[in-house]
Design a protein around this ligand. Structure first.
Ligand SMILES: NC(=O)c1ccc[n+]([C@@H]2O[C@H](COP(=O)([O-])OP(=O)(O)OC[C@H]3O[C@@H](n4cnc5c(N)ncnc54)[C@H](OP(=O)(O)O)[C@@H]3O)[C@@H](O)[C@H]2O)c1
Length: 331
């Protein structure tokens, strides 16, 4: 496993991390067995994963609770990244949310505490002051953000910056390449890639849009007519599944499993500190970490980029996976 420093923190994180959202067993992911979750965390540690990403918002604390339980006796081997929700960003709210997360995670310090979504109500300066106080008190070690677009990033940098920006990034979701990826690099913030498998689409296990469970068929890849979609757009189902077919062909040609190739492609992109691969069973994380060992030749990386170029253009610059350009939460 390769480890990279997160921003300027001095904290080295594995290039493949475990995303813990599905451990919540919520509407997006469906029921999740606790013993599977715990076994998955243990398997991740055993194969060299040290970064675990969760959030208070995942199942209203359920994902944090399960991760905390799984790390009993193993806490020193893990870097815990969690998030404060957008509705808890007042000075008081941040402190209360942090105390609850510490309790659920059964720890006395959070390694990376991230703003889950920027707030349009609470001034960023207020939230950052509260986070800085928590860091001075040793309750958190580093401050990160998620879903900060160019304008939010500028405000953040003007106020002193943060160590990482967690963004949606995968072969099927390349919007950050337009401007945000180079900007994060310029300001020294590590990129943590979320939904790197496009929520399972890049494993190749769904043959058509109809096969994708409704909780996932709500991203802007899919038509507005899918039951849980709220983006109001036509979607890009044809381009998405054409891209998946082409990725499958390339992977067959080079003898690499699709999921691993998709993750290895991300590890090779500029500015990426770690790839947050969601997993809910041990064999998934074991599979996914093999990507860290997969040294794809540049010719294959380029072919994978070419396979998804058309989809990248069709999805445009709006980075919000779930909401259309008019109501995008990115700024
Ligand atoms: N900051 C944010 O706003 C934000 C937003 C989204 C996600 N995230 C973070 O990013 C993490 C990853 O993103 P994600 O969970 O949305 O999606 P993802 O990593 O793209 O997809 C994960 C899902 O794909 C399936 N899978 C994973 N590995 C597989 C394998 N080897 N073979 C077959 N199927 C496999 C599993 O679900 P099934 O077995 O059910 O198919 C798994 O839960 C999250 O857990 C979370 O920590 C952050």
């Amino acid at each position: 496993m390769e480890y990279r420093m997160l921003g300027k923190t001095g904290i080295d994180v594995s290039v493949i991390a475990m995303g813990c959202w599905a451990l919540a067993g919520d509407e997006a992911w469906g029921p999740q067995d606790e013993s599977d979750s715990i076994a998955t965390v243990h398997a991740a540690l055993d194969v060299g994963v040290n970064l675990f990403d969760t959030a208070e918002g995942y199942g209203d604390g359920r994902s944090e609770e399960v991760l905390g339980k799984a790390l009993v006796g193993r806490r020193d081997r893990a870097i815990i990244a969690t998030k404060v929700s957008g509705n808890h960003l007042s000075a008081e709210g941040v402190v209360l949310a942090c105390e609850r997360s510490l309790k659920l995670l059964r720890t006395d310090t959070i390694d990376l505490y991230q703003i889950h979504w920027p707030s349009r109500q609470i001034p960023l300066a207020e939230t950052l002051r509260a986070l800085q106080r928590l860091r001075e008190q040793g309750k958190i070690r580093a401050i990160g953000v998620c879903n900060f677009g160019l304008l939010d990033l500028k405000d953040l940098v003007d106020l002193g910056g943060a160590e990482s920006n967690q963004l949606p990034y995968s072969l099927l979701w390349r919007g950050i390449e337009h401007e945000l990826q180079p900007r994060c690099q310029d300001v020294g913030m590590g990129i943590l890639c979320y939904s790197p498998l496009a929520q399972g689409l890049l494993t190749g296990k769904f043959a058509s849009p109809e096969d994708v469970p409704a909780g996932r068929a709500r991203t802007r890849h899919f038509s507005k007519d899918r039951p849980l979609a709220r983006h109001g757009e036509d979607g890009c189902e044809a381009e998405t599944f054409a891209a998946i077919d082409e990725i499958r062909r390339i992977c067959q040609r080079v003898g690499a499993p699709m999921a691993q190739a998709a993750l290895a492609w991300l590890v090779a992109q500029d500015g990426v500190a770690s790839v947050l691969a969601g997993a809910r069973r041990p064999e998934q994380i074991e599979d996914n970490v093999r990507a860290a060992e997969l040294d794809l030749p540049s010719e294959v990386i380029d072919a994978l980029s070419a396979a998804t170029a058309r989809l990248k253009e069709a999805l445009g610059a709006n980075l919000d996976q779930y909401q259309g350009a008019a109501t995008s939460r990115f700024r």
